[in-house]
Design a protein around this ligand. Sequence first.
Ligand code: FNR
Length: 182
Amino acid sequence: MKILAISGSLRVSSSNTAILRSIAKLAPTNIQLSIYDGLENLPHFNPELDNDNVISSVQDWRDLIRESDGIIFCTPEYAHGVPGVLKNGLDWIVSSGEFMNKPTAVISASPSIDGGIRANNSLVQTLRVMMAKTTEERILCIPAVSAKVSGDEVTDPLTKQSLISLLDNLVRSILSRGDEAV
Ligand code: FNR
């Protein structure tokens, strides 16, 4: 089973990317969880470039999503929204449709007390309009993240448990082959 993890932060020491690395360590061995590192190499979205000859970085991004059984996002909130680099990547997928029926989990993490809920809500709306499968059990906001992550490790037991439940729900959605409601 292949799961693609996508961080909304390009920072080397990103807490959101650290959470995805931590999920990779928690995942059972039959799950191949890889973290996408190409967001910053995608060109700015332009509908005039969205044709049969899209540039290779965009084609690779689309192929990777299509070949993945499920997707996990973990993103910060910037100015009450989804970071531009992540939204840009998603805009390239609108016309090609790789998110259609794709089991997807959405996490946001922030040092603030609301855990980036506005970015989380906005990302969920974008994914739902692209027909991704995102149920409430796979949506998580992690507040006060600075106190819960150390290096690549989620140190807070409750947060770790929430991540295990979210991953388990995603795996069950993949195995149910899209029978669940969106
Ligand atoms: C932020 N941050 C932030 N946090 C938040 O909860 N709501 C917000 O609207 C914003 N806005 C915002 C804008 C900009 C430009 C920056 C750089 C930061 C703080 C942000 O959540 C914090 O830096 C996180 O640690 C970023 O996540 P990573 O990079 O650690 O994954």
